[in-house]
Design a binder for this molecule. Structure first.
Ligand SMILES: O=C(O)C(=O)CO
Length: 353
């Protein structure tokens, strides 16, 4: 008869046969695995989730966009959520999981989809992904600026419609960036990187406005102006602010009316900074010349949306950070933020308000 002693937390068991030892070990393993953190992941194609699988029990939503009820159901008993800017984590969601949720990891720089003040009150930590995507979003902003001002999609469509009859002197002309005054609304990391890239286009002047007081040290000689001057002076106005109570619906009928009729409006921030019907009206009545939008309300936009019928509006589907490098690194950082947050350690990037 085999006699095996198994020591476990100061207790000592004596078991009489090998198979009983095995069954004890299985149950110990079960206890250990149930102490692994539980994480809800809101879609199955997030980069970086392999990292979570190694260290946690994860439940992955099968599909691409859980509804609020599905988020609440998925979060039941979970200590963390891996989400994106599509997933609204509001008071209802936080109330429903108030006994378990400790960490939110969002694969985005924007946090406007999160009731983050309430999270702070409840001690829920938020990991996000700034810096990683700065270059990608700044690059995309330049692409949108050029696509809109030089009418790339409109011109391509002319070919598709068989309207390219000959080279023609004034056909498909648009304003150039050279010698233009470019206004940047929201001069954070991405705004400053766009300003650096604009220098290479030899623009006349870069002006910016932001809500925080004081000028920002910048290596491109951008000049701080108030919002009224920015609206009036800009040949190109690029919106790169975050969405918050100061910026929500900032660009409305009156603000478009302050802009030059030749102005090009670019939004790579959030659809919510614009009263979209006012923008549509301004574009239809040529209050401003054109708009380039990476963000809209709602997202996704249906193909029959009035914005898409405007020849002077370029719309792309929120792809600001969509380079392979940026998205992969954002995913890795999100997983690491979550694991570090659950371990009570400093995150790579933690949103502190
Ligand atoms: O990460 C974000 O918040 C973005 O919107 C990137 O385009």
């Amino acid at each position: 008869m085999h006699c095996v002693r198994l020591a476990l937390s100061s207790r000592c068991f004596v078991v009489s046969n090998y198979s009983r030892v095995c069954s004890q070990l299985v149950s110990i393993r079960k206890v250990m695995s149930s102490s692994r953190p539980k994480i809800f992941v809101t879609r199955d194609d997030f980069p970086g989730i392999e990292l979570l699988k190694e260290k946690a029990e994860i439940e992955v939503f099968k599909g691409t966009q859980p509804s609020k009820d599905e988020i609440i159901a998925g979060l039941k008993g979970k200590q963390a959520i891996y989400c994106s800017l599509n997933d609204r984590i509001d008071k209802d969601v936080l109330d429903a999981c108030k006994d378990s949720l400790k960490v939110i990891g969002t694969m985005s720089v924007g946090v406007d989809h999160l009731a983050w003040r309430l999270c702070f009150e409840r001690g829920i930590r938020i990991g996000y992904t700034p810096i990683i995507l700065t270059e990608a979003v700044a690059e995309l902003t330049m692409a949108l600026l050029l696509a809109t001002s030089r009418r790339l999609f409109e011109a391509h469509n002319e070919i598709l419609q068989n309207r390219w009859s000959s080279w023609s002197p004034m056909w498909m002309c648009g304003p150039g960036l050279h010698e233009a005054t470019v206004g940047i609304f929201g001069f954070g990391r991405i705004g400053q990187e766009v300003a650096r890239k604009l220098k290479a286009f030899r623009v006349k002047k870069i002006i910016y406005s932001r809500f925080s007081p004081g000028e920002i040290e910048n290596d491109v000689g951008a000049i701080k102006v108030d919002a009224d001057e920015l609206l009036k002076e800009s040949d190109f106005l690029i919106v790169l602010c975050s969405l918050n109570e100061n910026t929500q619906h900032f660009f409305n009928k009156d603000r478009f009316a302050q802009m030059k009729p030749s102005a090009i409006f670019i939004n790579v921030s959030r659809g919510g900074v614009v009263v979209q019907d006012d923008l549509i009206d301004a574009l239809k009545r040529n209050v401003i010349k054109a708009a380039g939008l990476d963000v809209t309300t709602p997202e996704p936009l249906k193909a029959d949306h009035p914005l898409l019928a405007l020849p002077n509006c370029v719309v792309i589907p929120h792809i600001g950070s969509a380079t392979y490098k940026s998205r992969n690194e954002m995913g890795e950082a999100t997983s690491q933020n979550i694991l570090l947050g659950l371990e009570g350690k400093p995150m790579i990037h933690e949103w502190k308000g």
